[in-house]
Design a protein around this ligand. Structure first.
Ligand SMILES: Nc1ncnc2c1ncn2[C@@H]1O[C@H](COP(=O)(O)OP(=O)(O)OP(=O)(O)O)[C@@H](O)[C@H]1O
Ligand SMILES: O=C(O)C1=C[C@@H](O)[C@@H](O)[C@H](O)C1
Ligand SMILES: [Mg+2]
Length: 194
């Protein structure tokens, strides 16, 4: 039994609710999410990957038709997810897209369907993580690696109040395992490992 499996103490009678991870590009939603899900023995869903599957195109291709087009796809994917029968009573970890929170209706949909946590990471650390190699699939960062830090700082500044509408905020710095542990500690009792 791996140490992660050994940590899965979820009981059949524990309340079941989806957990949405939000935060900026590079905050680690897609990286920490599966770690947390493994600790919980719960499924992991990456909404960006869902969008790509539903619409049959990679995110940059959807952005190529305009950001508004991508946002419509993103909203539709969220609506489909939260509308799945029984979704609200499942324990599942969902990595949201970084910009999902910008639309107030998306924020409301996530909070109605489950519990929302904001992974907060300073802009300078986000820029270091995104570096020069991982900006290709993130159209909002543009293609000029030298401009990433400023772009990230600007977006975080614009979005911070929307991220902060979450049910909880967790420091997303440090190794993914540490962040996952921090989340477990911060989660509402109804979702926490006993
Ligand atoms: N806790 C961490 N420590 C160091 N590097 C990290 C951490 N979390 C993620 N990273 C790195 O940062 C980059 C972006 O991480 P990730 O894809 O998980 O971000 P994200 O929040 O899902 O972003 P997006 O909104 O663009 O999907 C990856 O290269 C990943 O390896
Ligand atoms: O922060 C954003 O607006 C984005 C983040 C990613 O997760 C993707 O959803 C897409 O690249 C847009
Ligand atoms: Mg992601």
């Amino acid at each position: 039994m791996s140490s992660l499996t050994a940590m899965n103490p979820r009981r059949a009678d524990d309340p079941q609710r989806p957990l949405f991870l939000t935060g900026m590009m590079g905050a680690g939603k897609s990286t920490v999410g599966p770690v947390l899900a493994a600790m919980w023995g719960a499924p992991f869903i990456d909404l960006d990957r869902r969008i790509e599957r539903i619409f049959g195109a990679a995110i940059p291709a959807l952005f190529a038709r305009g950001e508004a087009h991508f946002r419509r796809c993103e909203k539709a994917a969220l609506q489909l997810l939260v509308g799945e029968p029984g979704f609200r009573s499942r324990t599942v970890v969902v990595a949201a897209g970084g910009g999902l929170v910008v639309d107030p209706a998306n924020r409301a949909a996530m909070r109605e369907a489950g519990v929302v946590f904001f992974l907060d990471v300073p802009a300078a650390e986000l820029a270091r993580r995104l570096g020069t190699t991982s900006i290709g699939g993130r159209p909002l960062l543009g293609s000029d690696a030298g401009a990433v830090a400023a772009r990230v700082a600007e977006l975080l500044d614009k979005r911070r109040s929307a991220y902060e509408e979450a049910d909880g905020v967790v420091d997303g710095s440090g190794p993914p395992q540490d962040v996952a542990h921090r989340l477990l500690t911060a989660l509402p009792t109804s979702l926490r490992i006993p």
